[in-house]
Structure formats: C-alpha cells, structure tokens
Design a protein around this ligand. Structure first.
Ligand SMILES: [Zn+2]
Length: 357
C-alpha cells in the first residue's frame, strides 16, 4: 500500500486500536509492511517487519506503539448507561461531552460521555475536579436490556470518535491517536526510503502492542528481535500554547524532530545521541533537544533488555496529548522521517560497536 504522508496519517489516525484491541490498526500496518520486508509477530501481537540491507548485521530496531488510549465497558446500569474503565492515561477533564464509539460484536455503537451539568453540581462537587468514576457513556439505550440488544458487552473496547483533518494551514493536522500512529507512520515512511537506499544492517520495524498500559509489547518484541541498537519513534508533548511561560517551552510545533536527551525512563547512549545530533546538523534537518522529567517511552524497557541496548527516542511534537484532538505539523513529521533514515544508514557494524567503547 503506497500512500502519501497525509493519507497514511489519516488512515492510521482513524483506525481504532486501544491497548489490547489493536487488530484494526495492526491490519492497516500489515498492508503497509507487505512490500517492505519479511513479516512476523511476537506472541503478544506486536508486528515485526524485517528488512535486510547489504548485510544482516547489526540489527537496528525501530519501534512505534500502535495502541492508543481508550476505554473498556465495565458494566451497564439498569437504565442502559455504560460505566467504563480507562485503557491508558486519561485526564478526566478532557472527556465530558466527547463522542465515543463502542466496538461491539454487532458493529460500532456511537455514544457520548455524560456527566452532571454545572447547574446540578452541589457547591462541594463544583470545587472538585471531575473523576473518571463519575463519568458514564450514554448510547441512547433506554434500558440495560436494550443496550445488550445493541450488542454491548462487558469487555468491549471503546475509542474516541474524531475525524482526521488538515487545518486551514494544510501543513497542520488535527486528529486522534497521534500518540502513536504518528510514530507508526514515520516507521512506514523510513522503511519506504530504505527500500530505495542502501544500508549496512538489518532494520526491524516493530509496531508494538499495549504501550499505554505499561510498555508491554516493547518487552516481548525486544526479546524476539534481540537488537544491537534501537530507535523509538514517538509522539512527544509540545507545550507551546497559552498558559506556558516562554522560558518553560521545551517543544514547539514546526521547529523540527525531537531528540530526547533525558526523560524519566531513560538516558540515551551518549555516542548514539551525539551521532543523531551530528546527522541532523550535517543534513540540515530541523531538530529540538527534548529534556523532560515526565513521561517515558518504550525506550525505558528496550535499553534494559537482555544485557542492554543502546537506544534513543526521536519524536514528533504533538499538542493536546491524550485527548480527542491532537495537533501536529507535517514539517516535524518529515524532519523525523529524514533524520531517522539518515541515522539508520550510518548504523553499520563499526558504528554500533563504537557505541559500546
Ligand atoms: Zn506514546
């Protein structure tokens, strides 16, 4: 399947795949991987696309998690409302009145996340933040029996409803699940580029499962791939909006790919990190240095796999993380594709051995 960057991002953003329920997005990626390498799966469901270059070693692992944050049906009330569990880290403040889709065996059911309107809150309730426990989903069923008839069952997955669209400035894109379908799209585009260029290694593109509930697919797929070096492709927070003081902005839309120097889960291999920065400079690829003390990625477990794996995270800045409406810039997306491709091409046996000295 050959798609433009925007077509690919739309297809991946609109595919539904919360943690543990990644089948739909995995099928899209399977199509994308078909002409790009040899495909396998680990036993948890992560999809591996191995593309051999001029030589087989070293093994370079690119990962992007394919799950998105969502919910699961916990129970139905006698009046036909759905109470739910989060799959991944939701902020309850971004949920009230948002549309969702319940993925039932009889098809998708649309609903809205309900909560008490402010008119009905007691003064004490008005002072408190909304909690996930107080929210519910209204699918328009008049009773539990009717909801069951619609096909809703405990354990069904629930996902945000959010149409993907370029904004008036068509380089700026709005959509759901950019965390981390953007990383998946970067991976597909990098594999595309490597099909046309030579590289002295094997590249394993891995679309992992269940990242949002604890980096689970990264653990099993890293064991399966046994990489010599790893690059994690991720959406990372952009904080260039009102309410953040200028000196506190560490990631801006449109200013380039994010090279992570530190997050709570990992400090990258310094030689690998320096190679990435040097490459960005040499190739004139816009980049930003990302150092944060919140939010970790799959690199947190990958770099500790077996006897250790030199690893780094290359990200795309995303506004309004973990919500129905993320915003990214196509310029940053393309910078990430260019940077990862240029780095992978340099990862031969000698370069990777050099990371360990
Ligand atoms: Zn993520």
């Amino acid at each position: 399947m050959k798609l433009s960057s925007v077509e690919l991002l739309k297809k991946l953003s609109e595919a539904d795949g919360p943690s543990g329920y990644e089948k739909e997005v995995s099928d899209v990626l399977l199509e994308c991987f078909k002409e790009r390498g040899e495909i396998s799966k680990d036993k948890l469901g992560s999809l591996i696309c191995r593309k051999k270059g001029v030589v087989s070693n070293p093994v370079v692992m690119l990962t992007a998690h394919m799950d998105e944050i969502g919910f699961m049906v916990k129970h139905l009330t006698t009046d036909g409302f759905i109470k739910f569990l989060p799959l991944g880290g939701w902020d309850s403040q971004v949920l009230s009145a948002k549309r969702v889709k319940v993925k039932t065996s009889k098809g998708d059911i649309i609903g809205v996340i309900g909560s008490k309107p402010s008119h009905l809150l007691t003064p004490e309730e008005a002072k408190r933040r909304l909690t996930l426990e107080t929210l519910f989903i209204d699918i328009g069923a008049t009773s539990k029996g009717e909801a069951l008839e619609f096909g809703v069952k405990i354990g069904d997955a629930i996902v945000p409803v959010s149409e993907f669209m370029p904004l008036r400035n068509s380089r700026i894109l709005l959509g759901k699940a950019f965390d981390n379908r953007v990383g998946c799209a970067v991976m597909v585009k990098v594999l595309d580029r490597l099909n046309k260029e030579s590289h002295n290694n094997s590249v394993c593109g891995v679309a992992t499962v269940q990242e949002e509930v604890g980096l689970r697919g990264a653990v099993t797929s890293t064991f399966a791939v046994n990489p010599d070096v790893a690059i994690v492709l991720e959406c990372r927070i952009a904080n260039d909006f009102p309410g953040v003081e200028k000196q506190d902005i560490y990631s801006r839309l449109g200013r380039g790919a994010l090279i992570t120097f530190n997050d709570p889960g990992m400090i990258p291999n310094i030689k690998l990190r320096d190679l990435v920065v040097k490459t960005a400079r040499k190739e004139k690829i816009p980049y930003q240095i990302y150092t944060v003390n919140t939010g970790s990625t799959e690199a947190g477990v990958i770099h500790k796999s077996r006897s250790g794996v030199p690893a780094i995270v290359i990200g795309v800045p995303t506004r309004y993380f973990h919500s129905h409406g993320g915003i990214i810039s196509l310029d940053d997306f393309e910078a990430a594709v260019n940077l990862v491709t240029a780095v992978v091409k340099q990862l031969d046996e000698k370069a990777v051995q050099g990371f360990l000295s």
